[in-house]
Design a protein around this ligand. Structure first.
Ligand code: ATP
Length: 250
């Protein structure tokens, strides 16, 4: 992504949401994006997803301009899950595969594989309204993964969950990332979440969003399931957390 900017044009005004974004997303990395409210995080995700086109600069995938339309190569998980309420979980996860005419036996194998990965195999016949918030998010993640995207884009996926569920979901997505080696682009307001998940952490300035800090971390490769809490009090972790909080609030 070279010198990317986006200015929204409304009836009344022009709003420059992003300016001069230079970013290289390595394959297999877990990119976490932090920044003050309204700094353009979602806008950046929407550009990568193909929902918006940058008004400046270029976005490349394998050295080619990225397709301006959303496709199955870029799977999006939103804060509020977007499952079809009239379909059960299995059929929700299967949806994209069916649309692409994947044969039924193969579909079933893929659906079961990802439902197992997110721990929902025994709930595959349930409707989404029968699941908790965390389970719905896990179903959404399985649905995106079933399409085998090049990149998984997540917009504050755990923002609406309680603290305990959030911690379990963080363990779950970290395991999935390590198991699948997928590239993940993850927006969050939660500095600790970014430090516990991200191999590449990006901090944006207030609007117009520019990258003011980039940080590389090996921590997500090391954290054992259920053990993330102990890292929060480590000296290096606390120093990084405070530095980022100061940057965001200054
Ligand atoms: N469709 C739009 N038309 C005009 N302005 C928009 C549009 N979408 C977003 N904006 C403006 O662009 C700026 C960036 O918005 P964006 O949603 O990308 O920020 P954000 O960092 O994701 O915010 P938050 O953390 O609060 O979710 C904001 O000032 C917002 O009001």
């Amino acid at each position: 992504m070279h010198n990317v900017g986006l200015t929204y044009q409304t009836d009344k005004q022009m709003v420059t949401a992003l300016e001069n974004i230079n970013l290289q997303i390595e394959e297999g990395s877990f990119v976490c994006v932090l920044g003050p409210s309204g700094c353009g995080k979602t806008t950046l995700l929407r550009i990568i997803a193909g929902f918006h086109q940058a008004t400046n600069g270029e976005v490349l995938l394998d050295n080619e301009p990225i397709s301006p339309k959303p496709d199955e190569h870029r799977g999006v998980v939103f804060q509020q899950q977007m499952l079809y309420p009239w379909l059960n979980i299995e059929k929700n996860v299967e949806f994209g595969l069916k649309m692409r005419n994947v044969p039924p036996i193969e579909r079933r194998r893929i659906v079961d594989h990802y439902l197992e990965m997110v721990g929902l195999l025994q709930f595959k016949k349930s409707k989404s309204y029968e699941l908790s918030g965390g389970m719905k998010q896990r179903a959404s993640i399985a649905r995106v993964l079933a399409n085998d995207p090049r990149i998984v884009l997540m917009d504050e996926p755990f923002g609406a969950l309680d603290a305990m569920t959030k911690e379990q979901m963080q363990d779950n997505i970290r395991n999935i990332w390590r198991e699948t080696n997928k590239t993940i682009f993850f927006i969050t307001h939660d500095v600790e979440e970014a430090l516990l998940l991200g191999t590449h952490i990006i901090v944006l300035s207030s609007r117009p969003g520019r990258i003011i800090k980039e940080l590389h971390s090996e921590l997500p490769y090391d954290i054992e399931e259920g053990r993330s809490r102990m890292y929060r009090s480590e000296k290096d972790f606390v120093i990084k957390r405070e530095e980022i909080i100061n940057l965001i609030s200054s």
